[in-house]
Design a protein around this ligand. Structure first.
Ligand SMILES: *[C@@H]1O[C@H](CO)[C@@H](O)[C@H](O)[C@H]1NC(C)=O
Ligand SMILES: *[C@@H]1O[C@H](CO)[C@@H](O)[C@H](O)[C@H]1NC(C)=O
Ligand SMILES: *[C@@H]1O[C@H](CO)[C@@H](O)[C@H](O)[C@H]1NC(C)=O
Ligand SMILES: *[C@@H]1O[C@H](CO)[C@@H](O)[C@H](O)[C@H]1NC(C)=O
Ligand SMILES: *[C@@H]1O[C@H](CO)[C@@H](O)[C@H](O)[C@H]1NC(C)=O
Ligand SMILES: *[C@@H]1O[C@H](CO)[C@@H](O)[C@H](O)[C@H]1NC(C)=O
Ligand SMILES: *[C@@H]1O[C@H](CO)[C@@H](O)[C@H](O)[C@H]1NC(C)=O
Length: 485
């Protein structure tokens, strides 16, 4: 019955909205609002098979203390909002709008027959370093605040929660902050009721990592964590072990070097046990500290090989995840390269041996210096288009003395914004956010566009103001994906 409901749900959902997953796009819920659930988790409701997404609720005027939002989905792509699962409470010591309510995680506690929510609870200067706890009889909430406590008397900053599918036991994962005598990450078991902490199972000593999450396979545990670079992404690492108490391996990078984990930070991982395949998903955040409320989500499959002891996050611009079978199908599109595009004004094509055709279109600026891709095939319906770009404004932090543009009196720009115009229609200008990259690293950013049916479309890219300048990022190519059936 549950499976039938799930299938019916899937059919209905697919007629309403995209079931393809597009990392880094503006994800919209069934009402058309941006999905607003950052640094959270996905909890599977065992009875219905539904996925519940919890996360930090951020708005332009209030990027912290907004409470915890909750959404549901049958396919991990179509999200229905259920409002706030944990509402901020004025004058509360721990969940007022002035508090930090970060990285919420929700787990079903069999012993209490309730859903338990845990998170990083703090004051606005991160001086408390506590773990918050709230409960609800329903997965969607509302959750009732219980308390905020120091885990076994210690500090707790970035928070994660892991449940071992072999014995049902849950663990609190937390970095303990930036003080000199901190900079560790803990795995600490909860009690059976998941109401308090039990004992430290392992401590990753002095690696100075944060944003921990653990994914489990039949043989292994992989603990993913990010470095500490504020809201700028970095190369996320993982450790592997046979047992949560270790011994754990040396850390290794989980994505191609210098892609900064495809411009994302770790936060959560999810296992999809399908009828044909088990897929492991990386659920990362693409923070945008210039507009934190608009931060995006980078959800990607991970390829795990327990014999080789490797885990790789794999990039797809657009993919179909069948949650019933567990299969991931990458969608293929048609590429249009910068070497064949028209350049205007001061925009020009420059030798770049790392580019797909040996040249990259650069000098894109404002309205006068643009690049136009021509002869593009369209369907007449919305299509995803991925723009492969390079943006080196922030000087490749880590590769420079001090590693930041601050050293020359510059400021972090973090992203450029390009204008994207289809068939010269300036009444519809799309904004394409292109995050900073290392030099020679090409990443992609998606937009959904409607092209005319036929092969005579143009896509023109210029530069818009990003708070500092009007530059558009350098372009390697665009890939146009088919419309979803
Ligand atoms: C909480 O405080 C805000 C700002 O002072 C106020 O607008 C709001 O009505 C208060 N909410 C409640 C439930 O008291
Ligand atoms: C946060 O808590 C710490 C520890 O109690 C305190 O020193 C600090 O002043 C507090 N910050 C704010 C903004 O209240
Ligand atoms: C809440 O936790 C604090 C420790 O952080 C403890 O002193 C207090 O008794 C707890 N309150 C309740 C109601 O459990
Ligand atoms: C508390 O943190 C300190 C510093 O990391 C560590 O030495 C100590 O063992 C921790 N205690 C517990 C109970 O986690
Ligand atoms: C290039 O700029 C000129 C003058 O502004 C304009 O007439 C022409 O259409 C532009 N071409 C492209 C490909 O954008
Ligand atoms: C293609 O579009 C251009 C202008 O956008 C137009 O001049 C040309 O006639 C079109 N060609 C075809 C075959 O439709
Ligand atoms: C021209 O530039 C201005 C300023 O960035 C921008 O508001 C406008 O949308 C641009 N127009 C086109 C056609 O790109």
């Amino acid at each position: 019955m549950a499976l039938l409901q799930l299938l019916v749900g899937l059919l209905l959902a697919s007629t309403v909205q995209s079931k393809w997953i597009v990392p880094g796009a503006r994800w919209r819920d069934t009402k058309g609002d941006l999905v607003n659930a950052h640094a959270g988790c996905v909890t599977i409701d065992k009875e219905s098979g539904k996925f519940w997404l919890f996360g930090e609720y951020k708005t332009q005027g209030q990027t912290e203390g907004g409470g915890v939002s909750v959404y549901s989905s049958d396919d991990l792509a179509t999200w229905e909002s259920h409002g706030l699962a944990l509402k901020p409470v004025n004058d509360s010591a721990y969940i007022s709008p002035q508090n930090i309510i970060q990285r919420p995680k929700v787990v079903y506690a069999e012993a209490t027959d309730q859903y338990h929510m845990w998170w990083h609870a703090d004051n606005s200067s991160y001086g408390l370093l506590l773990q918050g706890f709230a409960t609800s009889d329903n997965i969607a909430g509302p959750y009732t605040f219980v308390n905020a406590t120091a885990p076994l008397g210690n500090w707790s900053q970035d928070f994660g929660l892991f449940t071992d599918y072999k014995d049902g036991r849950s663990y609190s994962l937390y970095s303990n902050g930036d003080r000199k005598d901190a900079r560790d990450v803990y795995i600490t078991s909860f009690n059976e009721e998941v109401t308090a902490l039990d004992e430290v199972v392992y401590r990753f000593n002095k690696f100075d990592l944060e944003a921990p999450t653990i994914i489990q396979t039949d043989k292994s545990y992989y603990a993913l964590m990010s470095h500490k670079t504020g809201y700028r992404p970095n190369n996320v690492v993982a450790f592997r072990a046979d047992s949560l108490s270790g011994p754990w391996s040396q850390p290794f990078m989980v994505a191609p070097r210098n892609t900064r984990t495809f411009n994302s930070q770790s936060g959560f991982t999810l296992e999809i046990k399908g009828a044909k395949k088990t897929t492991h998903l990386y659920l990362g955040d693409q923070w945008d500290s210039n507009s934190l409320w608009e931060s995006r989500y980078i959800w990607l499959p991970m390829e795990i090989d327990d014999n080789k002891k490797t885990l790789d996050v794999v990039w797809y611009d657009v993919y179909d995840l069948n949650v019933v079978t567990g299969e991931v199908t990458p969608i293929t599109g048609k590429a249009y390269h910068a070497n064949e595009a028209q350049v205007n004004g001061s925009a020009f094509k420059q030798e770049a041996n790392f580019a797909s055709t040996g040249v990259i279109a650069t000098g894109i600026y404002g309205n006068a210096s643009k690049v136009t891709f021509e002869g593009i095939e369209g369907t007449g319906k919305p299509q995803w288009v991925s723009f492969y770009y390079q943006n080196t404004d922030d000087m490749g932090f880590g590769d420079q003395p001090g590693g930041t543009p601050d050293r020359i009196g510059g400021s972090w720009q973090l992203r450029r914004i390009s204008s994207v115009i289809v068939n010269g229609d300036v009444s519809k200008i799309e904004t394409l956010y292109q995050r900073d990259t290392h030099k020679g690293i090409i990443l992609s950013a998606p937009l959904q566009l409607t092209l005319n049916k036929g092969a005579n479309n143009t896509i023109t890219v210029g530069g818009l103001f990003n708070g500092f300048d009007y530059k558009g990022a350098d372009l390697d190519r665009i890939i146009v994906y088919p419309s979803e059936k």
